[in-house]
Design a protein around this ligand. Structure first.
Ligand code: WTA
Length: 633
């Protein structure tokens, strides 16, 4: 599946465009199917309908686990590093992971889970999270993992939208020197969720939790029951290639997050192929991805992608700055990591601690580096290249999205010539196009436009859960016969792509997608907020920060406390990840006569660039702009 030279990449790319079905059928041969497909692809982008490997049957966990047992049973699948460096690390071989997944799949069965059920997972970054995810897939239950930084309200919304019947969680999560009371957050969420019949709770932080009779059970007790039943195996459920594998909620330009749906066959092929190819993974290499499984990066490049390839994956429970800002490098040193995949925000944050934190860390095992989540600016690129890669490791800057399932535009390690700040070229099978505002294709090089994809690839989302029309509207209606990414892009003279950022009302804060409308809804729920507008501004570490303009005439005499109350409200409604970095109180927002907020003006003010605010004469009250400018933070 791996291309080995740049010439070969160009040839393979050409073939993948000229004969996409033949190309993907050949790639798919590298996976284990119970039954092969009758037809490689059926699609149209108008409904939209996309079906890959039609008629094929499989179970993704047989690809991630069973098929490695014959030759690689004792190869480490997961090397887990705890938050607290004095606690022991854990290694699970493919055999051990297989057994634990089967065991927990039986636990799920005992607790009433079956194919097609939706199961919400809200867990710390421990091996049991990967086990829970794979156990769902083993049974054909659809997992919906919710990142630990989301609030009870966000969890409740997601559980209700997907009508989940089981939650898998833990007593608490340890992150740095904080303890996140996961079970308690779940308890708050479940007040609103009568569909949940069972909560399975893993012991991790030993925090006291409430356990409700008939609903809540301990992970460890349930595992013991399975052990005494004496049947450790759990045959994998046979899945149709287009059966749902998982739902993952992500933010868009409206207030309500949408459940992106991925299915079994195409997603598996895409995650596995892109992992093997872009990182040029070789047997025996140790690969460390710093993402959380709560995001798509963790789904595709901690769990499914690497495991389909029999890779050894390092999974880390903690944060990059605990106990100090050298933690990642200690882990690289400790496990002799070869491939290190992280986010620009982490690189920038660690850069800011200076080079002393690198002293005495042996990084000589590293051979390949990767980045994801937001543009990797040149300064960070060079630091990563010089200080971490010592100038000898290619940096694979992977552009992709929750909706794409896997890498789309990315260098292939040691194959694609690199350019700092560029995600470089589309991978085989990815037909990128640039379009202008009117949907007209912009051809040639040295151009900028909105990034679209004009042909399906196996990892493309199939729908948004429970609302197919929303999927059509969001991704397939802006431009006819194309998938619209929401990103702006520059294609330079060499045809290299540089992602310039979102062109919709979505912010990218530390690599996390946050919808401005979502934050505004949360702000407006605060009792003394009349109205608000949220925009992004450049932030040295996070990439973008959240800047909120808030109309709040009654501040109970204390502006500072009101500001904190408002932040607390956002934290309650969405979660700590969406907290505004800046809140500016204003007497009104700049609006057109038809009542539309002129975000362009607010964006400029937030960016600190007030020299040219453009035409403000169409505003209802141009005076408000002067006031906002004067009070800018
Ligand atoms: C941004 C994360 C520049 C982009 C995998 C995209 C990037 C959004 C890159 C998706 C990159 C992701 N360079 N920008 N290498 N990777 N993005 O769904 O704006 O959390 O649309 O998926 O992140 O975020 P998501």
């Amino acid at each position: 599946m791996q291309v080995k030279t740049f010439d070969e990449y160009q040839q393979v790319y050409r073939k993948s465009v000229e004969e996409p079905e033949a190309f993907w059928a050949e790639i798919a041969e590298n996976f284990k199917w119970r039954k092969k497909w009758d037809k490689v692809l059926e699609w149209n982008f108008t409904e939209p309908k996309v079906e890959w490997f039609k008629g094929a049957k499989l179970n993704i966990t047989e690809n991630c686990l069973d098929r490695h047992l014959e030759n690689n049973a004792d190869t480490p699948a997961i090397i887990w590093e705890p938050n607290d460096p004095s606690e022991n690390h854990r290694i699970l071989t493919y055999k051990q992971l297989h057994d634990k997944v089967c065991q927990f799949a039986n636990v799920l069965k005992n607790n009433g889970a079956k194919k097609g059920d939706r199961i919400c997972i809200y867990m710390p970054m421990v091996p049991e999270l990967a086990i829970a995810v794979l156990a769902c897939a083993r049974l054909g239950a659809v997992h919906s993992v919710v990142f630990g930084g989301f609030s009870a309200q966000s969890i409740a919304d997601r559980i209700k939208d997907a009508e989940c019947n089981i939650v898998i969680t833990a007593d608490g999560a340890e992150r740095g020197n904080k303890n996140v009371p996961l079970k308690s957050v779940i308890d708050d969420a479940l007040v609103q969720c009568p569909s949940i019949k069972r909560v399975i709770v893993l012991t991790r932080s030993h925090t006291p939790v409430s356990m409700i009779k008939g609903r809540d059970v301990w992970w460890e007790d349930e595992v013991k029951k399975v052990e005494t039943q004496g049947n450790p195996d759990c045959p994998a459920e046979e899945m149709d290639t287009e059966d749902m594998l998982f739902i993952l909620y992500t933010s868009g330009s409206t207030g309500k997050p949408k459940g992106v749906v991925h299915t079994c066959g195409g997603y598996m092929v895409y995650a596995g192929y892109t992992f093997a190819n872009a990182f040029q993974y070789q047997p025996g290499e140790v690969y460390f991805c710093t993402a959380d499984i709560g995001w798509i990066t963790g789904h595709s490049y901690i769990a499914y992608g690497p495991l389909t390839q029999g890779a050894t994956v390092v999974m880390f429970e903690g944060i990059p700055t605990y106990p100090d800002a050298g933690r990642f490098w200690d882990i690289v040193d400790k496990f002799k990591v070869n491939i290190f995949y992280t986010a620009p925000t982490a690189i920038r944050s660690l850069m800011s601690f200076g080079d002393d934190i690198l002293k005495g860390k042996d990084l000589s095992s590293l051979t390949k580096l990767g980045s994801v989540g937001e543009p990797l600016n040149e300064e960070a690129w060079h630091w990563f290249n010089d200080k971490i890669g010592k100038g000898k490791c290619p940096i694979v800057d992977t552009w992709w999205q929750t909706e794409t399932g896997g890498f789309m535009i990315s260098p292939i390690a040691n194959v694609t010539p690199l350019k700092p700040g560029y995600a470089s070229l589309p991978l085989p099978g990815v037909q990128t196009v640039l379009v202008d505002e009117n949907g007209k294709e912009i051809e040639g090089n040295g151009v900028s436009g909105n990034l679209c994809i004009k042909f399906p690839w196996p990892g493309i989302l199939r729908t948004t859960y429970g609302d197919h029309e929303r999927c059509r509207q969001t991704y397939f209606a802006t431009y006819e016969n194309m998938y619209f990414t929401g990103d702006g892009v520059l294609r330079d003279e060499d045809g290299y792509y540089r992602i310039t950022g979102r062109v919709d009302d979505v912010l990218n804060v530390s690599g996390h997608r946050i919808g401005t409308a979502e934050v505004e809804n949360a702000l407006n729920m605060h009792s003394s907020v009349v109205e608000s507008a949220v925009v992004g501004y450049p932030h040295d570490i996070k990439g973008q920060g959240v800047y909120a303009f808030v109309v709040s005439p009654d501040k109970h005499g204390n502006e500072d406390i009101t500001r904190k109350d408002i932040i607390m409200t956002v934290s309650r409604i969405i979660g700590p990840i969406a907290k505004p970095d800046k809140i500016q109180f204003v007497s009104g927002l700049p609006k057109t006569r038809s009542g539309k907020i002129m975000r362009r003006i607010l964006r400029k003010i937030a960016e600190g660039d007030t020299s040219n605010l453009g035409d403000t004469s169409t505003l209802l009250d141009p005076g408000v702009v002067e006031e906002i400018k004067a009070g800018a933070l």
